[in-house]
Write a new protein. Sequence first.
Length: 499
Amino acid sequence: MCGLIFAASVPASTGCDAILGIDDHRLAPGVMVNSGTGGTGGLGPPGCTVTTPSADTDFFNRCTSSQYAPFDNCARLGLCRGEIPPLVDPVGAGPGTPPSGGTLTPPAVGCYDATSRNKLIFIQGSTNFTPFIQAMASLVAKNGYAMVWQSTSSCLGAGAGGFDTRAGKTWMVNPTSTTQSYAAFFDDSGVATPCLLGNSPSSPDGASEVTDIGESDVFAEDCPLPSGQSEWVPGSAAYPQVGHYLGPIQAMVFVVPPQSSQRVISAEAARMVFGMGGAQGVSKPWVDPSRMLMRGPTTGTNNILSRAIDVPNDKWWGVDTQTAAAMQTAILSTSASDAEATIGTLSIDYADKLRDSLHILSFQAKGQLAGFLPDSTSNSFDKNNVRDGHYSPWGPIHLYTQLSAGQVTAEAAAFIVPFTIPNQALIDATIAGGTVPVCAMHVSRDQEMGPLKTFKPTFACDCYYDFKVSNGNQCQKCGGPADCPAAQPACNLGYCEQD
């Protein structure tokens, strides 16, 4: 059964649609860049549709009051008939400077402490997940647990959740190179302290810890497979004891430095940049591979954006910054002379915290009339364009864990179980972590960057979400169902919602 924020996975043949959206055709608030045309009530972009959507382009091109910015593929790229040039294998690409700066300084404390940290949840996964872990710390602490988090990557996280059967691959280990990160424990206020793994009573070798939860920004079946292993499908014959839980929605974005004049990119332009190395100068101003900053093929950022621009995740041109934090540093430290040629990628939770220091590009999907930000305006945080289908590159967060006789362990349950129950504290943590709770979504997908469809959750929280991110809404307050009209009969988190 699907839950509020995270939902237990069901067999791939069945699907679990209830995890990602609500059936709601309301138009997103905002301010338009241009005016709409006849029959759309002044909404845009020009040529938009007011019909019920059935295909992705219908969702992309629904009339809206959100800001939008067209990218002219014909004028800028010479693509006037929808033609797509072939990809070019990357040359001159490679890893960036190791995020740690070239040295390893072991932490002074162990992750486990018999007095203050004797109930631990060991979690590893995408570097994008760190803000959410921080936001969850106080909620987990109420159950007597502390989280120990280690940034690795989406696919390493999925493997550690029970898929990768090679020796030691489900463990968390102390780093042996400057491209890896030490683990850290979080106190109940969300403060992280780096720590050494291997000192708990459950350590398998005195130097490592068994991963309780492996986090990924992508479906495990989309990860590169180790030699000889079956496709990573939870609950399959090969992996009957791997549990899968789906969670809040995270958007991926293209970003540019503050000095850049660029504000929008199309899927076709991004394909020329990251799939063709600038197409020999066609995709101006992004034509220098050394200024194309990317993430590696095992990361969620790369995997989701790869599908958005139709470039294989291992065929990107550019410099791999290795972590989200290093990408952030690389963008912010770009010189004024290099700013116009520089472009990078981030998850929205990181990008949102840097609104005053970088620019998030509007994204125009293939077949879309204009580009849209994840939010309805450049100054809002409402994620309306993610929630209603105007912004395309997004996916749910995934948690994988090894089951025992079909049940999650006590440690994994302390993190996962709260997500199956309508919970204001959990929604608050989700919002604080920069992601969108499922109960505020209007659209769904059941595969990586798969077809969009309208959806309705079992518990709606549109009004509460809008209140939290916008400090206000136009919803009717309530103390119970009796206070609500027939059209919105549910009283959820203090507001009348659709049932």
